[in-house]
Design a protein around this ligand. Structure first.
Ligand code: BGC
Length: 737
């Protein structure tokens, strides 16, 4: 067996090494004597092995594969075990198609609902993305298929995606846009990472040495292969120097010649080429496909797709316990063309050729009757269809209207101009709500939409893009065969303009300014105390849960939090218990609270369980760009445990001591609270001995002057009537030690 090491690489010709760092074609690596080529394929939502090897945009058909729910729905499960099992199934499906490395998952954040690829992304929150992404990657790789984690990094829009610069400050970069990559790289060890198309603060990602080498390898310890997104490389030689290993797709002989020449002319260090070639070879070797191809049981995978979707759908609203529709005798009007032609996957590289689509219409219960209601190829109402739908609704006990975007609307390669459903759908929902008291809306969309009718309908089920078992899974939830347990992994604003990034989104063709900084999603809405349509973490069940007995205890290196959750309804159900940290200790801008833990629990009626969270130092940290460090400040925090970011059931204070205490250096520019915070006994003695303490105390004790005093640096205390000689005496005593 061939041993892959630097000696093996050095034994290859220059042309062979140059060939290794560029793809042989769209989907394969080159090969060299002793190491077979390997194949890449897209597949975050099912395997997309193109029939036509040159097809990257999914415009032609690919080989049949089970279409699983897209990431936006999967993330709503908040269920690591489910994501791990999904990864295993997907890995097995990839292996069966002789795929060595799967391109995905996409772990970019849902920053703004206009972004075209939101349906492929997991969440607006890096913890949710990082933990679920880890489970996904581990699952796939446990099935013997490697992962190329993408898109590294800060890819949040499609417009001008090959050239746009994402301009983001260091703190937001570290705390939000890189945090989930960091988590997955460190804990799941993906085979590869795919660098994005966009620039980051002006530097193309494929040439971004700081990210590809400095942060990814040197800081996080990544040892895998860095490959480019398809067409992301601007200059191959510069990219290799920066830390890229493999350019995809290959440009063939031209690319090989370019690299050979660069080495010969001294523009590319041979060591850099060898290093990249070694990493490519390592992936080819480690993830080589066995000659024996396993077979795939499509029917079993379809059933799993159904389970995944049903376990992830989010019950957003359920007044008067409208759902579940579990009375067989009652008549149901099923309205909307999306019941017949569901929007169950997005377009672009994650699109698959499904094996067996079961529509909501095909899966509806016997007592249901269908009316089209609106046309997906139009946005204006069709009076005949509306009349039919209204008439059917009037003679039915319940109305279930399927609403969402037409197939093809959500895609890679484009962004949106608004987040409204087509007018004909919004109008029909409003009309039905006006004449009927039992209206359920089932939504098929990849990201937040506006719902002007939300206050008028009885129930709302968010089914996102549910995959090929959309019909069965939707009815599983509507009829109560499955008790919903999904939670929103993104906030739904009332208006698009409520999202802070809307101000800058696609405003400029060349750059995207992330001026909202760390205030993304609920970090913004909850800090701003802005009304949202549905908050982050929200999702209902057909049972209820009671929260009790919150305990918070600081241990040597962690904070241990426990809470009891009890199912107080009469059905078995699952709850996603969420832990948020409120930071009142740090002297920098902070979101109102941040998700630092979540656990999904399954409880029989009456059953209770104790949920335990172990919070490490990082859970209390913010990124201090000035000294390039994560910083956990000692001081006052609050621990919140609840059912959504806006439904906090338990809270307890915490005085953190495992972090660092502020050590102010006293100068003439210091403030009185710096003196108070100083642990240096010299400072405290000087404060007393200089007479400064006695001079300022009356002003601090006076409610009329205390706030003003807090804002005066020592050198300006004279304006408050403090003798400057006393201040100077204090400073001299401090300086002389
Ligand atoms: C997409 C990637 C995808 C690649 C290969 C690119 O256009 O951005 O996500 O993996 O094509 O299909």
């Amino acid at each position: 067996m061939t041993t892959i090491d630097i000696h093996f690489v050095q034994g290859l010709t220059l042309a062979e090494r140059a060939a290794l760092v560029t793809g042989a074609d769209f989907w394969y690596t080159a090969q060299v004597p002793g190491v077979e080529r390997v194949m890449f394929a897209d597949g975050p939502a099912g395997i997309r092995k193109p029939n036509n090897a040159q097809d990257t945009m999914g415009l032609t058909e690919s080989e049949p594969a089970v279409a699983f729910p897209s990431a936006a729905l999967l993330a709503s499960s908040f269920d690591e075990d489910l994501l791990h099992r999904y990864g295993q199934q997907l890995g097995a499906a990839a292996a069966a198609k002789q795929v060595s490395v799967l391109l995905g998952p996409e772990v970019n954040l849902k920053r703004n609902p206009l972004a075209g690829r939101n349906f492929e992304y997991l969440s607006e929150d890096p913890l949710v993305t990082g933990r679920l992404g880890t489970a996904f990657v581990k699952g796939v790789q446990s099935a013997g298929v490697g992962i190329a984690l993408k898109h590294f990094a800060v890819t949040n829009r499609e417009s001008h995606r090959y050239t746009v610069s994402s301009n983001v400050d260091e703190r937001a970069l570290r705390e939000l846009y890189l945090a989930q990559f960091e988590k997955i790289v460190k804990t799941a060890r993906p085979a590869a990472i795919m660098c994005a198309y966009n620039r980051l603060n002006g530097v193309p990602m494929s040439e971004n040495q700081r990210l590809l080498t400095g942060i990814l390898r040197d800081e996080w310890g990544f040892t895998g292969m860095v490959m480019s997104d398809w067409g992301a490389v601007v200059d191959h030689v510069t990219a290799l120097k920066a830390g890229l290993d493999l350019e995809m797709p290959g440009k063939g002989a031209q690319s090989v010649a370019e690299i050979v020449q660069a080495v010969k002319a001294g523009r590319l260090d041979e060591m850099a080429l060898n290093r990249a070639a070694l990493r490519v070879l390592q992936v080819m070797h480690d993830w080589a496909r066995p000659a024996q191809t396993p077979t795939v049981d499509f029917a079993a995978k379809h059933q799993f797709a159904r389970e995944l979707a049903a376990q992830s759908m989010v019950l957003l609203q359920n007044w008067d316990e409208e759902l579940p529709l579990d009375q067989p005798a009652e008549s149901i009007a099923v309205i909307g063309e999306l019941a017949a032609h569901p929007h169950f996957m997005g377009r672009g590289s994650s699109q698959v050729n499904p094996t067996h689509v079961v529509t909501p219409l095909a899966a509806m219960p016997k007592q249901a009757t269908y009316a089209q209601g609106y046309r997906l190829d139009q946005t204006t109402a069709d009076p005949t269809l509306v009349d039919e739908a209204v008439a059917l609704a009037k003679r039915s006990d319940h109305v279930v209207i399927f609403a969402g975007y037409p197939d093809g609307y959500e895609s890679e390669g484009l962004d949106h101009d608004d987040i409204n459903l087509p007018d004909n759908q919004n109008e029909l929902i409003a009309q039905l709500a006006a004449i009927h008291n039992h209206v359920t809306v089932v939504l098929q969309n990849g990201a937040a939409i506006t719902m002007p009718w939300a206050g008028d309908v009885t129930a709302i089920l968010e089914s996102y893009l549910a995959g090929e078992a959309v019909g069965e899974a939707t009815w599983d939830v509507l009829t109560g065969a499955v008790n919903p347990s999904g939670k929103l992994a993104e906030s739904f604003p009332v208006y698009l303009g409520d999202n802070p990034a809307t101000l800058f989104f696609n405003a400029d063709a060349e750059k995207e300014d992330y001026r909202e900084g760390i205030f993304v999603g609920y970090r913004y809405y909850d800090t701003k105390e802005l009304e949202v349509r549905f908050p982050f973490g929200h999702g209902m069940s057909y049972t209820d849960f009671a929260y009790d007995d919150l305990q918070v205890e600081e241990l040597a290196d962690t904070v241990k939090v426990t809470a009891t959750v009890r199912n107080i309804g009469d059905r078995a159900g699952k709850e996603v218990v969420q832990l948020y940290v409120v930071n009142e200790a740090s002297r920098v801008a902070m979101p109102a609270h941040e998700l630092r833990g979540f656990e999904k629990v399954s409880l029989a009626p009456g059953e209770a369980t104790t949920v335990t969270f172990e919070l490490d130092r990082r859970a209390f940290s913010w990124y201090n760009a000035a000294n390039k460090q994560w910083q956990a400040d000692n001081g006052h925090y609050e621990i919140q445990v609840g059912s959504s970011s806006r439904d906090i059931r338990l809270q307890a204070p915490l005085e953190l001591t495992l972090g660092q205490t502020r050590q102010p250096v006293i100068t003439a520019d210091s403030y009185l609270d710096d003196i108070e915070a100083s642990a240096d006994p010299v400072v405290q003695i000087a404060f007393e001995q200089s007479g400064l303490k006695a001079a300022v105390q009356p002003l601090l004790d006076n409610p009329a002057t205390v706030k003003i005093m807090e804002n005066l640096p020592l050198r300006v205390l004279v304006t408050a009537g403090v003798d400057d000689a006393i201040v100077q005496k204090f400073l001299n005593l401090v300086l002389c030690g």
